[in-house]
Design a protein around this ligand. Structure first.
Ligand code: PXG
Length: 287
């Protein structure tokens, strides 16, 4: 495994950053998680674009252009010889002093880790999963907009702990007004009367690349879609529900807070979208 840090490649054991890096001290930085299918980064341009938008929102100057970043990620995949895997692209504010002031950090650091992907158990996809609503609320866009994929995931981590305590792999978070936002590392969708509904970015969500891809796939196959405001009632009474994310792809949800979704099995439209996704963007068993 060769890890890129600021223009050089290091072995796993020697890939280190300073304890004075503000990414570590303050969660001051942004990141992306990207899938590699058949040796190619999935939706690389979209991920790089989102990385640069996150950086712009927190006034972080990335010391590479979008084009060079794209080439560097592609080069890292090539050097690692990875066919199917996962890329963690991280940009931190860089090395500073112990104070908060980012002006003391002269240069941002860029890290690219190309790793093997740990897939979820196949039964998640065939049987679906149970989720709960977390009592932890999603960050309000008035503070840090969840569209920024920042290095501070505490909010999501607290909700993830609640999920684990309830025996679930995911938890859905509400926003301050009580509307549904997203799960800790996945966006959420429901199907009601054959219409695909998902929380709008204004609700306070990460605008997922997989989310966007699924909306496009649905529209191209004639499924009506809407980004909107959803409540817990909408989740509980939905015909179908599923989650989307880089690692998850599309995972059906069959129970929410003890309420059975639909008939308790992955739904018809969900299955259609899962098949469409796999057929279009490489099956997860591809090797
Ligand atoms: N919401 C949040 C809060 C996320 O972190 C998604 C939605 C899905 O977005 P994409 O662009 O991937 O479709 C994410 C991204 C993990 C893990 O280990 C997941 C993410 C990030 C980092 C780690 O499950 N998900």
């Amino acid at each position: 495994m060769k890890i890129y840090i600021d223009g050089e490649y290091f072995d796993k054991d020697n890939a280190c950053i300073s304890v004075f890096d503000h990414g570590l001290l303050y969660g001051d930085g942004v990141f992306e998680g990207i899938r590699i299918y058949s040796g190619r980064a999935f939706k690389l341009k979209e991920h790089i674009k989102r990385l640069f938008m996150s950086a712009k929102a927190i006034r972080l100057d990335i010391p590479l252009t979008e084009k060079v970043m794209e080439e560097t990620v592609t080069e890292s995949i090539r050097i690692n010889g990875t066919e199917n895997g996962y890329i963690r692209l991280v940009v931190t504010r860089g090395k500073g002093d112990l104070g908060v002031d980012p002006a003391k950090c002269p240069k941002a650091s860029v890290i690219i880790i190309v790793a093997d992907i740990e897939l979820y158990p196949e039964e998640y996809y065939t049987k679906g999963i149970k989720i709960i609503t977390a009592s932890t609320r999603r960050l309000h866009p008035d503070g840090i907009d969840p569209r920024i994929k920042s290095l501070n995931y505490l909010n999501n981590i607290l909700a993830k702990i609640e999920a684990a305590q309830a025996g679930c792999m995911e938890a859905v978070m509400l926003n301050k007004e009580g509307y549904v936002t997203e799960c800790t590392g996945d966006n959420i969708f429901i199907i009601y009367n054959n219409v695909l509904l998902t929380p709008a970015p204004a609700c306070g969500i990460l605008n997922g690349i997989t989310r966007q891809t699924v909306i496009e796939l649905a529209e191209s196959t004639g499924v009506e879609t809407a980004s909107t405001f959803l409540t817990q009632y909408d989740l509980y009474t939905a015909d179908e529900c599923f989650l989307t994310g880089t690692g998850a792809e599309i995972i059906p949800v069959i129970m929410i807070d003890g309420r059975v979704v639909g008939n308790g099995e992955p739904g018809r439209v969900t299955g259609k979208l899962m098949n469409e996704f796999r057929a279009t963007y490489m099956p997860r068993n591809f090797s």
